[in-house]
Design a protein around this ligand. Structure first.
Ligand code: CAA
Ligand code: NAD
Length: 310
């Protein structure tokens, strides 16, 4: 009994000493993922600055955040209309927006980058902000597939750099992959895990390997489904129905590829193909390349393999 009590007290004090110390977060990239990450942080009581190069994107992001909060409030507060309204207005008021990237990182505890899946763009961004952000600020990338070590290489804070990989739609998907590079310090890793919990996610630890855990398994599956459709083995609808009804997936793989965005998926596959040219699972997809050329990026642009009401 005494031993159990000691272990219990130690567990409590550990969790208290590890409590989230991050109070202000700057999210860079206000698209699908950035707006979701901003939302979950604001919902959890943190102040957020959401940054994008484009003012229209920021306006759309704020609208999207409000709509998503309404869906959540409906479930959380059912008939308590006033409490639901307060939950929404409080969370929305914690999100400020900006197009001035350097100003937005001058006083912040954590920067989470969610811009395009291109190494050059991420390098430019992190080298621009490294000399402006406070020394104690932790940098994180939400990259789906790029090496976090390589992204961090342009900064002087490799020990304060992690991957924080969220899943789409961020307000719904519970998982957070925390990617620890060989340079990430214990303190940064612990803070990243605690922050993940503080925004309501279940964090897991991953090494800096291509696709970490989920995408290394999921992206080849999506690509195999598209290849099956390209060969004419089955229609997109039938492939999706098969995986929903035969494997219990919430969405079929072609539908999911549309949901993720073909610009993102193609960047992932082309990047891996360059690194591992002999792996047939990473062979770029002709129909996807064609969709991207035509700007049909999936659900976010209203058309991909399927058509959507925007
Ligand atoms: N904000 C708030 N709530 C939302 C929401 C949002 N954006 N989207 C859905 N919801 C809620 C709904 O309110 C609903 O809640 P209740 O069931 O409690 O009423 C619930 O989620 C289900 O939503 P819907 O009924 O509208 O639709 P659905 O049942 O088809 O679920 C889905 C939608 C959650 C997206 C589901 O289809 C799903 O889980 N799909 C798979 C998503 C997935 O695999 N994501 C990972 C992609 S890979 C990735 O992200 C990594 C990468 O790097 C590419
Ligand atoms: P998106 O195209 O919806 O959004 C990207 C946003 O970044 C755009 O609004 C763009 O204007 C902005 N941007 C581009 N360059 C910028 C810069 N230099 N500074 C500030 N803003 C800039 O893309 P997304 O789907 O949100 O993906 C963002 C990142 O998250 C990518 O690295 C992607 O691989 C990763 N990711 C995507 C998903 C997904 O399902 N789509 C899931 C997990 C991770």
């Amino acid at each position: 009994m005494a031993l159990r009590f000691t272990l219990f007290s130690r567990a409590v004090s550990t969790s208290v000493s590890n409590m989230n110390s991050i109070k202000h977060v700057t999210i860079i990239g206000g698209g699908l993922m950035g707006s979701g990450i901003a939302q979950v942080a604001a919902q959890s009581g943190q102040n957020v600055t959401l940054v994008d190069v484009n003012d229209d994107v920021l306006r759309n992001s704020k609208n999207g955040i409000e709509k998503s909060l309404q869906r959540i409030a409906k479930k959380l507060y059912k008939d308590k209309e006033l409490e639901a309204k307060k939950f929404i207005t409080d969370a929305v008021s914690r999100v400020s927006t900006s197009t001035k990237i350097k100003d937005a990182v001058k006083s912040t505890d954590l920067v989470v980058e969610a811009i395009v899946e291109k190494m050059e763009a991420k390098h430019k961004l992190f080298s621009d902000i490294d000399s402006v952000a406070p020394e104690s600020t932790i940098f994180a990338s939400n990259t789906s597939s790029l090496s976090v070590t390589e992204i961090s290489s342009v900064t002087k804070r490799k020990d304060r750099f992690v991957g924080l990989h969220f899943f789409n739609p961020v307000p719904v998907m519970k998982l957070l992959e925390v990617i620890r590079t060989v340079d990430t310090s214990d303190d940064t890793y612990n803070k990243a895990m605690e922050w993940g919990k503080s925004v309501g996610k279940v964090p897991i630890t991953c090494k800096d390997t291509p696709g970490f855990v989920v995408n290394r398994l999921l992206v080849p599956l999506l690509c195999e489904a598209v290849r099956m459709m390209e060969r004419g083995d089955a229609s997109a609808r039938d492939i999706d129905t098969a995986m929903k009804l035969g494997a219990g997936y919430p969405m079929g793989p072609i539908e999911l590829a549309d949901f993720v965005g073909h610009d993102t998926t193609l960047s992932i596959v082309e990047g891996w193909h360059k690194k591992f040219p002999s792996n047939p699972l990473f062979e770029p997809l002709k129909s996807m390349q064609e969709l991207v050329k035509q700007g049909k990026l999936g659900a976010k642009t209203g058309e991909g393999y399927y058509k959507y009401n925007k």
